[in-house]
Design a protein around this ligand. Structure first.
Ligand code: CP3
Length: 347
């Protein structure tokens, strides 16, 4: 009889196993801190052309795997491709981050496409997943992803990133019906999009709710928790056994119970969370991911080694996937990433 347990380290941690050495990958591991990424992006022309070029998107996904031997590869794409596939205009102004046409009324919402019309635009992404499923080393887990509805909605409503998600909160207060209908549309599109990624070969799904921390009380239940629960239930119904990582960034005390309430197999922690608290209150329910401060990838040195060991130590008693608390920044030194990995693996 073959052993029914998953063999890849990430899948073992997601199934609840506490491993002697935690598996590791990094948010934004394919990114501007790597010279080889910058070269491939230049070859593609710009960031969005890179996302929609399956060969080059697969190439940048593989670059950090070749350089560091991470335990997981994350599909190279962006959470804002879903709004674009729904009919929003999307562009990246150099040095200014993303820009989109805005959705601030029922009329704007009515101009968007239905959820099942996204696949023409997103077909190249499924192609990237297929290439990766074929070309990744056998021990490397392939993670697909999407933005959670609230976070995606904050960009669609404001037309850009905002420090306090003010425009989204304003629409929620002024016209809750339109706001909720937008959340529902994104939720449905996200289920279809992620399901296609899994069919193409993604082994794990991660849901990024980068702005969950600005939702309070009932709003957190309605717009962070409920959509995640719906997406996870639908995905698991279509793909039994699919592991899902949820990242309700800056959810603070609401990290506690998030896995149980949504059905997520793992909760990713940002670096504002005390690891000792999270071990007692979040890891109790299953696997956790995180949560080294990304700044250490810039500053390095003995402080990096010490902080890396502290994260490993805090989560040693249960299932843990080592990661940063947020994406690595463009000013990071690639040597510091190597030092982090060496510290995790050699102790
Ligand atoms: O992590 C990975 O390596 C996989 C690819 C990935 C990207 N974006 C590539 C990217 C993933 C998982 C994302 C998620 C994403 N995108 C989030 C959620 C996670 C988070 O960071 O909170 C959000 C909010 C976005 C939207 C987005 N995309 C913003 C706000 C920006 C500009 C900010 C920045 O870092 O420049 C992007 C651009 C982006 N997405 C880049 C990359 C590598 C940089 C673009 C470039 O190369 O010029």
């Amino acid at each position: 009889m073959t052993d029914p347990r998953p063999q890849k380290t990430i899948l073992r941690a997601l199934a609840g196993e506490a491993l002697p050495v935690p598996p590791v990958w990094m948010m934004r591991q394919a990114g501007r801190y790597l010279p080889e990424y910058r070269a491939t992006r230049a070859q593609a022309g710009d960031f969005l052309s890179l996302c929609y070029n399956p060969d080059l998107a697969a190439e940048v996904t593989l670059q950090p795997i070749r350089r560091y031997g991470f335990d997981a590869a994350i599909l190279f794409a962006d959470i804002l491709l879903v709004p674009q596939a729904l009919g929003a205009d999307l562009w990246f102004a150099t040095g200014e981050g993303p820009r989109l046409s805005t959705v601030t009324s029922a009329a704007d919402l009515a101009r968007l496409k239905p959820a099942d019309a996204i696949h023409d635009t997103l077909a190249p992404i499924y192609e990237t997943v297929k290439i990766l499923a074929r070309d990744l080393p056998p021990e490397t887990t392939l993670i697909g992803f999407a933005g959670a509805p609230w976070t995606v909605a904050t960009y669609m409503i404001a037309g850009r990133g905002t420090p306090d998600q003010g425009p989204a909160h304003a629409l929620k207060a002024a016209d809750r019906a339109t706001f909720s209908a937008l959340i529902d549309l994104i939720t449905e599109a996200t289920i279809d999009y992620l399901s296609m990624q899994v069919s193409a070969g993604a082994e794990v799904i991660k849901l990024f709710d980068s702005w969950a921390g600005s939702l309070e009380g009932q709003d957190f239940d309605d717009f962070a928790l409920a959509p995640a629960k719906r997406i996870i239930a639908a995905l698991k119904a279509r793909h039994p056994g699919l592991p899902v990582i949820a990242f309700p960034r800056e959810a603070k005390h609401r990290y506690e119970g998030f896995a149980q309430a949504t059905g997520a197999d793992c909760v990713a922690l940002d670096n504002s969370v005390d690891a000792g608290w999270a071990a007692a209150h979040v890891q109790r329910d299953g696997c956790v991911q995180g949560n080294l401060a990304p700044g250490h990838m810039v500053t390095g040195g003995p402080a990096l080694v010490e902080a890396t060991r502290a994260v490993v130590e805090a989560f040693r008693g249960g299932p843990h996937i080592f990661n940063l608390g947020h994406g690595i920044t463009p000013d990071a030194d690639p040597e510091n990433v190597a030092l982090m990995i060496e510290t995790i693996r050699r102790g």
